[in-house]
Design a protein around this ligand. Structure first.
Ligand code: ADP
Length: 196
């Protein structure tokens, strides 16, 4: 398989969704956000959405089994055969195992894990703004704090797993959107990953 396979990892509010759009356009690959897919399902009151809603509103991870099935379905779509960017997945060690198996069974692998680094105080403030702009039901302060804890407990340890595979590019996520994109593109170029 050809193409570029990128993971974006970082705490809530680090700017993953914003950078996902930029990188998706630059590399011509779909940006897949499990959070967006879940929100879409909640909005449309699908069976998946009905199962996911309570977890999301509480700021907890949706159970791995649901999330893993969802991502397998999406990655099997034809538009992913030439690469993809995952935003918000994997979030737990079980999800890493699932993704590893999926990629291995499709004779492919990740190219890079972009770690967006942002100070907790900054992300809480960003999410406060987003709450007033977008009205996301999980952006109130108590839930935001809980999502940060869930990130620290369940997702931050994944950085070590990917670091041991030499896949992690840590990027300072603070600053202008275009500056952060440039930092990412430079780090990827340094690893020989360029948009052709
Ligand atoms: P953020 O990273 O800003 O918190 P997301 O849009 O990535 O926001 O996720 C919103 C919510 O969707 C999470 O709090 C969680 O409930 C659910 N979710 C998204 N991705 C996953 C995942 N990979 N595993 C489990 N739950 C997820």
């Amino acid at each position: 398989m050809s193409g570029t396979r990128i993971l974006l990892i970082g705490p809530p509010g680090a700017g993953k969704g914003t950078q996902a759009i930029e990188l998706s356009a630059a590399f011509g690959i779909p940006a897949i956000s499990t959070g967006d897919i879940f929100r879409h399902n909640v909005k449309n009151e699908t069976p998946l959405g009905l199962k996911a809603k309570a977890f999301m509103d509480a700021g907890d991870n949706v159970p791995d089994s649901l999330t893993n099935d969802l991502i397998t379905d999406r990655l099997e779509d034809p538009d992913c055969s030439n690469g993809f960017l995952l935003d918000g997945y994997p979030r737990t060690p079980d999800q890493v195992r699932h993704l590893d198996e999926f990629l291995a069974s499709h004779n492919t692998a990740l190219d890079v894990v972009v770690q967006l680094v942002a100070d907790p105080d900054v992300v809480v403030e960003r999410l406060r703004l987003r709450a007033t702009e977008q009205g996301r039901s999980d952006d109130n302060e108590a839930v935001v704090r809980h999502r940060l804890e869930v990130y620290q407990e369940q997702t931050a340890p994944l950085i070590d797993i990917f670091s041991s595979r030499n896949l992690v590019a840590p990027i300072d996520g603070i600053g202008e959107i275009s500056d952060v994109t440039e930092r990412i593109m430079n780090a990827l170029a340094g690893r020989g990953i360029t948009a052709s």
